[in-house]
Design a protein around this ligand. Structure first.
Ligand SMILES: NC(=O)c1ccc[n+]([C@@H]2O[C@H](COP(=O)([O-])OP(=O)(O)OC[C@H]3O[C@@H](n4cnc5c(N)ncnc54)[C@H](O)[C@@H]3O)[C@@H](O)[C@H]2O)c1
Length: 307
């Protein structure tokens, strides 16, 4: 597989590194800053004999080098600074995402797009509008990250390995995240039997604000280890090596009673992109929250196509 990662900042470069280190794909790393992707790619290639991977990675400022990509991961754009919401990035990042999509689409007309740039739901919609690709070939990364954060917090709370915790969040990347406590398990046991309601709410709130917590600590820039791991996981699923559905920002066509909007839902990914949106058994409260998140995104996207 050939994957282009647009943006060679913290999320882009760590995503690229994870992809080549896992032997998942050859990678083209691109950025507007001259020398940055070239230098990073050179450094990563020199790690290959030590880490033990074979796929090539090249750095470039020229979109001609990205031609023929199977997947394009868009990480170009500004991250949050302390006190900012993701929506504060909309104006600046919309221009960047529009520009990069216009540049790579002619050379990679059959690619699958994974948007990562924030605000995530809106940038996924914009990438879809600008590319004109079939909706199933454009998706956004947020749910894998939010779910991973929730799983990590549950593991910490209970003092267990994160590997025995299953949990999923749907909805939007931000305030309208929809956690699914009934579907969360620890070593196969329902989470709700292991913690009380107040603890659940505290874990959900910390998950919803996890990005801001890291921005506040770093003071400059935002999270990238878990975000890059999550984007790489989606590429892995597209490559066919993940059996279970992943929560991704995908275009709904009636699933969960939601139509014609991008929102976080569980989906099976394949070389076609979003192969299937999986409909979990949600109760009325969960459904209402998911539909409200979808309507919130729809409203925010109303003007996005013109940005
Ligand atoms: N979806 C998520 O869950 C999630 C998680 C973490 C970060 N993010 C977002 O990802 C984005 C990147 O974060 P980061 O920490 O890597 O930021 P960063 O500042 O480290 O890197 C951004 C890179 O984009 C490049 N860039 C800017 N304009 C460009 C253009 N027109 N073409 C190509 N490259 C361009 C910059 O030169 C820079 O290298 C931010 O918008 C951040 O909010 C999303």
């Amino acid at each position: 597989m050939r994957v282009t990662v647009v943006g060679s900042g913290f999320v882009g470069q760590t995503t690229a590194m994870r992809l080549v280190e896992r032997g998942l794909a050859e990678v083209v790393l691109i950025d507007i800053v001259e020398g940055l992707p070239q230098g990073l790619a050179l450094d990563m290639r020199q790690s290959a004999p030590v880490v033990g991977f074979e796929p090539n990675i090249v750095g470039t400022n020229d979109y001609a080098d990205t031609a023929g990509s199977d997947v394009v991961v868009i990480t170009a754009g500004f991250p949050r600074q302390p006190g900012m919401t993701r929506m504060d990035l909309l104006g600046k990042n919309a221009g960047i995402v529009r520009d990069v999509v216009e540049r790579f689409v002619p050379g990679s007309p059959n690619a699958i797009i994974i948007a990562v740039t924030n605000p995530l739901d809106e940038m996924t919609f914009l990438a879809s509008e600008v590319s004109g690709f079939p909706k199933e070939r454009v998706m956004g990364m947020a749910g894998v990250l939010d779910s991973a954060r929730l799983r990590a917090f549950i593991a910490e709370e209970l003092g267990v390995s994160p590997l025995v915790v299953e949990a999923m969040t749907l909805g939007s990347h931000g305030e309208s995240m929809v956690p699914l406590p009934r579907h969360a398990t620890v070593d196969g046991k329902p989470l709700a039997e292991l913690v009380d309601e107040a603890t659940l709410e505290r874990l959900f709130a910390r998950t919803r604000d996890a990005g801001a917590e890291i921005v506040g600590l770093l003071k400059k820039g935002s999270a990238y280890y878990a975000p890059s791991a999550s984007a790489a996981r989606m590429v892995e699923a597209i490559a066919g090596s993940v059996d279970e559905p992943l929560p991704v920002c995908a275009w709904c066509t009636g699933q969960y009673g939601i139509d014609d909007v991008y929102v976080g839902v569980p989906a099976r990914l394949s070389s076609r992109g979003v192969a299937e949106i999986v409909e979990l058994d949600l109760n009325e409260g969960e459904l209402t929250a998911l539909r409200a998140a979808a309507e919130g995104i729809r409203a925010k996207c109303a003007d996005v196509a013109s940005l």
